[in-house]
Design a protein around this ligand. Structure first.
Ligand code: UDP
Length: 466
């Protein structure tokens, strides 16, 4: 039997919670779905405090601030690579200035580019509700969802792209267009000398055929494309590059925190740090499998003491999120060791603290993009148990930088294993940190952009030795 699907079959230890010997019934672990919840829906869960207003934004860091993390030689190398590009101009275009991973990355990337004198301008396309409905439909369809595009839908997409194209000026050396929403701006390519790059942040491995057939002719006019994982690409007639998504180690979400702050957050949320804490931070979305996480926790809990923290956000303004949150509450029943937190969008510091307070971080997704929560946990030296989907296997190398699981039972097995083998868990955390430092930090991303710009502009030709 492969390790990943091994069931827990060793002699039953005493149940530390209930003080009785837990029975080991492997088959009971399998029958978990489509059964009535064993516990009644919870009526009143423990109250917790959240901050009610967003904190003021922190000023963006300078390149030298990263020296203590990646070392001065890395910083010098970035400056060295940038020197050939000094004075070159870049325009980045996406569809939203706030919210979402792309805006988050651009907010940090652009000040660093400016600092190394690659003049980078960020513009956001505009559109009516009809445009954003269409692009949301495209987004879901490109992820393989069901969709019924009509001529009118394609016309709306083209009309708003054309409006934006007329409004914007294209005078830079390089244009980076993010995701499908503004992809048709490429129509301006004929009229300027710049190089055009399409940066795709989504998984195109299984796109809706009609939507992809509509977009592909635009994409193939770009000079280069960038994907976040080899698994997300499609066959294209233009060059494709691999850029992993990145996290900023100095952001509120990832910076080092005072132990007293971590403790305060745990106190606010009713988390007992004298006992193991396993955590999944994710939107309340079925593809993140929060119910599966509770089931895995319940199985593991027969053998090892732990608390489960499920923290997510946006469930109040997302009708689907609210339904999933209700399912999660239902599955948790009245277990006081399951702590369910619905956090406001400005909870970066609290999420940082929760990740740091965790003994294990779980990301048991059934489908995933890159999985930034995994990157965040690896950075914090946490042993990670994660579903082997999307970009997760790029980050979690099984038994080296974390463990991959394929089922509730596998997840339960790994929770129990890691909680009872703390040295191995700590080793996973150390390796995970190194892996994220090498590959998934904002500074690595800056370096990749600079090298690509050099290549696109023909500036990195090998020097001829005579
Ligand atoms: N996140 C958050 N609040 C939440 C849940 C998640 O700020 O309540 C953050 C999380 O820390 C990560 C991002 O949202 O930075 C989620 O990215 P990921 O790639 O893991 O998943 P996605 O939500 O994009 O599918």
């Amino acid at each position: 039997m492969p390790e990943k699907d091994k069931k827990v079959t060793s002699p039953a230890p005493s149940d530390p919670i209930r003080g009785v010997k837990a029975s080991v019934e492997p088959d009971s672990m399998i029958e978990r779905r489509n059964t009535e919840p064993a516990t009644p829906p919870v009526r009143e869960r423990r109250k917790y405090k959240v901050s009610e207003t967003p904190p003021p934004p922190a000023p963006p860091p300078k390149l030298n601030d990263y020296a203590s993390i990646i070392g001065q030689p890395e910083i010098d190398e970035i400056r060295y690579i940038a020197r050939l590009l000094r004075g070159k101009t870049v325009k980045m275009v996406n569809s939203t200035a706030v919210g979402g991973g792309v805006a988050e990355i651009l907010n940090r990337l652009i000040p660093l580019m400016q600092e190394v004198e690659v003049q980078t301008k960020w513009e956001v396309i505009t559109g009516g509700n009809d445009f954003f409905e269409v692009t949301k439909g495209f987004h879901n369809a490109l992820h393989g969802g069901d969709y019924h595009p009509t001529k009118e839908i394609f016309d709306i997409f083209l009309m708003y792209n054309e409006q934006n194209r007329q409004r914007m000026e294209f005078v830079e050396d390089i244009f980076v267009i993010h995701d499908p929403q503004p992809a048709a701006l490429i129509r301006s390519k004929e009229r300027n000398r710049g190089k055009w790059i399409w940066r795709c942040h989504i998984d195109l491995s299984n796109p809706h055929r009609e939507v992809w057939n509509f977009l592909k002719p635009f994409i193939e006019q770009y000079d280069a494309t960038i994907f976040s994982s080899p698994a997300f690409t499609r066959q294209l007639s233009v060059p494709q590059y691999l850029f992993y998504p990145s996290i900023d180690p100095l952001s509120e979400k990832n910076k080092d925190l005072d132990e007293s702050y971590v403790q305060k957050v745990c106190d606010d949320f009713g988390i007992d740090r004298s006992r193991p804490v396993i955590t999944q931070i994710s939107r309340f979305d079925r593809l993140k499998d929060p119910v599966g996480v509770i089931q895995a926790y319940k199985l593991a809990k027969k053998y090892v003491d732990c608390q489960l923290v499920l923290a997510g956000g946006g469930a109040s303004d997302d009708p689907e999120g609210a339904v999933v949150l209700a399912e999660v509450m239902n599955e948790a029943g009245d277990d006081p060791d399951v702590i369910i937190l619905n956090l406001p969008p400005w909870s970066a510091l609290e999420i940082n603290a929760l990740q740091r307070a965790s003994t294990i971080v779980i990301q048991k997704s059934l489908k995933e993009g890159f999985g930034l929560t995994v990157t965040e946990a690896l950075w914090k030296r946490k042993p990670v148990i994660a579903g082997a989907v999307g970009g997760i296997p790029t980050q979690v190398i099984h038994k080296l930088t974390g463990v991959l699981v394929h089922s509730v039972e596998g997840c339960a097995y790994q929770i129990r294993y890691l909680l009872t083998h703390p040295d191995f868990a700590a080793q996973l955390g150390r390796h995970g940190h190194e892996h994220s430092k090498e590959n998934f930090l904002l500074t690595s991303n800056v370096k990749r952009w600079l090298i690509l710009y050099q290549q696109m502009l023909g500036l990195n030709k090998p020097v001829k030795v005579t």
